[in-house]
Design a protein around this ligand. Structure first.
Ligand code: AMP
Ligand code: MG
Length: 333
C-alpha cells in the first residue's frame, strides 16, 4: 500500500516565519500520522506539551485498531451499551449528524467495508465481492444510538470509523486548549489538517501550503491565513494499486468501493477544522457539481478543488487568501 501521510504532512510546509520570538515546537506521531505543533509566547512550551498529551489520549480512545479504545469497545460490544467519554460522545454526535446531512456520501459506520479492503492493515487487498455486499448491509449510521449518560449502542454487525472527522475535531480542541493557556499564535498541522491560530508573532498571516495531488513532492498553492483551518482530503493520501489501477481510501457508502469521484482532492478553508474535515470527505465523495451546489447554498466555507483532468477550481473567496499557485486556476463565484 502506498502511504504518503508523513511526506504529505511535511509537505504542508509551514513557511515564512520571520519573527525573533522563540518558537516552541513538537512533532509527534498520533492518529496514524505525523503531527507538528508550533506555538509562540511564554506559555507556549507547556501548552504544546499538554496538547501533545491530549492528542495521544484522543488517539488511544478513537483508534480503530486498538481493541481497548472507546471506538474499539463499541465495535466489539455485540450490541451492548458502552459508556464513552465526553468528547467521544460529542464527536460521535457530530459524525452522526454529518451522516444525516450528507447522506449517501458520508457515513462513519464504514468500518466493516474499510476492514475488508484491509485499509487498517499494512496489506490492503481487493475484497471478495460477496463479503463486501454483506459488509455494506451494515453501513448505516442511523443504526447507532446515543443514549443518556454518554452511553452508545450499535448493533453487533455495525462498526464505527471516525477517520474522516477525528483530526478535525482534534485540531479544534488543540486550538481551544492553546487559547485557554494564553497562547494566541500557533500553527498546528495534524497530518493534513492545519489549524492556524491567530497570526504569526509579527502580525502577518501564516502561510500554509496545499499538497499537489499528482506530484508527491510538490505543493499546489500556498494560502495566507489567520484564525482558520485548512483541511484536505484526497485519494492520493492512501491507496492500493493493482495492475496499474488505484483504489483509494475514501469510500462510496452505497457501493463499498472507492468513490468514483471526478475530484483528485478537496481543500476546505473554514473556521472550524471539524466542519472542514466533514466537508473535505463529503464533498470529495459527492463530486464537483454537487460540491459547488452545496457551497452556493451554504457559503460558510471556501474550497479548492482539483478535478481529475488536473484543472483547479476555487470558490470565489479563496482569492482573498491565495498567496501563490503552481497551476492555472479558475475562481467560481
Ligand atoms: P479524510 O482523509 O478526512 O477524507 O477521511 C478518510 C477516512 O475516513 C478513511 O481513511 C476512512 O477511515 C474514513 N472514510 C472513508 N470513506 C468514508 C465515508 N464515505 N464517510 C465517512 N468516513 C469515511
Ligand atoms: Mg475528512
Amino acid at each position: 500500500m502506498k502511504r504518503v501521510i508523513p511526506l504529505f504532512s511535511l509537505l504542508l510546509l509551514l513557511i515564512g516565519l520571520s519573527s525573533c520570538a522563540p518558537a516552541s515546537e513538537q512533532t509527534i506521531f498520533a492518529m496514524d500520522t505525523v503531527m507538528s505543533l508550533r506555538a509562540y509566547g511564554k506559555e507556549a512550551e507547556a501548552a504544546i506539551q499538554e496538547a501533545s498529551t491530549m492528542l495521544y489520549d484522543m488517539d488511544a480512545r478513537w483508534s480503530i485498531t486498538r481493541p481497548d479504545s472507546e471506538i474499539g469497545k463499541i465495535n466489539r460490544s455485540d450490541g451492548k451499551a458502552v459508556k464513552v467519554s465526553d468528547d467521544t460522545y460529542d464527536l460521535l454526535s457530530s459524525a452522526l449528524a454529518a451522516a444525516e446531512q450528507f447522506s449517501g456520501a458520508f457515513d462513519p459506520t464504514i468500518q466493516p467495508v474499510m476492514d475488508l479492503w484491509g485499509f487498517y492493515s499494512d496489506a490492503p487487498t481487493l475484497p471478495d465481492p460477496d463479503a463486501l455486499k454483506d459488509a455494506l448491509d451494515s453501513v448505516d449510521a442511523s443504526q447507532v444510538a446515543l443514549l443518556e449518560d454518554h452511553y452508545v449502542v450499535a448493533p453487533a454487525e455495525v462498526g464505527i470509523d471516525l477517520g474522516a472527522v477525528a483530526k478535525g475535531y482534534a485540531a479544534d480542541q488543540v486550538r481551544d486548549l492553546l487559547l485557554s493557556r494564553g497562547v494566541h499564535s500557533a500553527l498546528c498541522n495534524l497530518g493534513g489538517t492545519v489549524m492556524a491560530l491567530g497570526s504569526k508573532p509579527d502580525g502577518s498571516d501564516w502561510i500554509v501550503a496545499v499538497q499537489h495531488p499528482t506530484v508527491p513532492s510538490a505543493y499546489l498553492c500556498t494560502l495566507a491565513v489567520s484564525n482558520m483551518a485548512v483541511v484536505t482530503s484526497g485519494g492520493y493520501e492512501r491507496y492500493l494499486e493493482i495492475d496499474g489501477k488505484q483504489y483509494h481510501h475514501i469510500m462510496d457508502p452505497s457501493t463499498g468501493y472507492p468513490c468514483e469521484s471526478d475530484l483528485l482532492s478537496v481543500t476546505i478553508l473554514s473556521e472550524s477544522a471539524l466542519y472542514g474535515d466533514i466537508l473535505s470527505t463529503s464533498l470529495f465523495v459527492m463530486g464537483y457539481d454537487a460540491a459547488m451546489e452545496y457551497w452556493r447554498t451554504s457559503r460558510d466555507f471556501e474550497a479548492i478543488f482539483v478535478l481529475s483532468d488536473g484543472s483547479v477550481c476555487m470558490t470565489g473567496g479563496v482569492e482573498n487568501y491565495l498567496s501563490s499557485c503552481e497551476e492555472p486556476c479558475t475562481f467560481v463565484k
